[in-house]
Write a new protein. Structure first.
Length: 327
């Protein structure tokens, strides 16, 4: 397995299996979260070779960052890679996406305080706004990099055209966006090729597609109207059954490695040359430990191709995002 990996043009090096932390302090995203459980979850990751922690201001409106700051107090900060994101502006009482250089600069400074650290390893513009020239927003991050407050510059949820605009001066190191074996639009539309050609790293979120790529779902499952899954195209027929059939094709590989289907899917991402790192989320320490085991799995060339071919049809299906861009 590629280990460690370098982020874009920067000197940031990470283990390619990270941790998405929206369930650490993200009380506005998940019900019944426990702060101490969130802290313990982060510590479990750090204790088991996962050193990339991916968070954002909007995860609990800063609370996820605060909990991560507490969790890392007893660890060597230089061994931890913290990625966080900003762009959500609630100053008017409503949620607005704001890439204004002054606002983004303040967001970085506020994140530094919440994380109780002197620098952020990777800072992303979380979403693009409608008005700010993207190169200007990235230019503000470049100034912060020159001041030593951030080490690598990222953008998240940007279209290919917006990425090119943001990267006008060659400052972008990394892109984070939805991508999975079920959502391969970026592969067919050329984004991943552009990133590869310009030495920009790529980190997919939702790599397990809301759990659909874990093997836990069955064809007889039903989702009531108040369940968010009932609104996602992946959980609607005939696509839902097609997905489950593809997942079943991975089971023999999982059995061969004495692994779970989720571990095999994550291992596939880790061996994909177009993907730099992957950040599956977790809601408890058990899930973190299971994800960490993925780093021990090496798929053969034949196994890698079998997984790819099982989901090949999804390269041709325009799926759309699971997560809607906020306006």
């Amino acid at each position: 397995m590629k280990y460690p990996v370098t982020i874009g043009h920067s000197d940031v090096e990470v283990n390619p299996l990270g941790l998405g932390t929206n369930a650490v302090g993200g009380y506005n995203l998940f019900p019944d979260l426990d702060d101490q459980a969130g802290i313990d979850l982060v510590k479990t990751a750090l204790d088991n070779g996962i050193n990339l922690l991916d968070t954002a201001y909007v995860y609990g409106l800063g609370h996820s960052e605060e909990l991560i700051g507490q969790a890392i107090e007893d660890y060597d900060r230089h061994q931890i890679i913290i990625a966080t994101k900003g762009a959500h502006d609630f100053s008017t009482g409503k949620e607005v996406i704001n890439n204004d250089p002054n606002f983004i600069t303040q967001q970085v400074n506020d994140s530094l305080q919440r994380l109780q650290t002197d620098y952020i390893d990777i800072y992303y513009l979380h979403f693009p706004d409608h008005d700010t020239p993207k190169a200007e927003a990235v230019g503000a991050l470049q100034k912060l990099r020159e001041e030593g407050k951030i080490r690598a510059i990222g953008v998240s949820n940007f279209s290919l055209a917006q990425i090119k605009e943001a990267n006008a001066d060659g400052y972008v190191d990394i892109v984070e966006d939805e991508f999975s074996l079920l959502h391969q639009d970026h592969l067919t539309e050329g984004m991943l090729d552009y990133l590869h050609e310009n030495n920009i790293s790529f980190v997919p979120y939702f790599p397990l597609a809301s759990g659909l790529l874990t093997g836990k779902y069955t064809t007889d499952a039903t989702f009531p109207a108040d369940d968010i899954r009932s609104q996602i195209a992946d959980f609607k027929e005939p696509r839902y059954s097609t997905i489950l059939h593809a997942v079943d094709l991975v089971r023999p590989i999982a059995d061969n490695h004495h692994a779970t289907i989720a571990q095999i899917i994550l291992a596939w991402y880790l061996q994909n040359p177009l993907i730099t790192a992957v950040i599956p989320g977790a809601k408890n320490a058990r899930q973190v430990l299971s994800n960490a085991q993925t780093m021990k799995i090496e798929l053969s060339t034949a196994e890698y191709r079998t997984v790819e071919q099982a989901f090949n049809q999804f390269k041709q299906i325009k799926s759309g995002k699971s997560l809607k861009d906020p306006d």
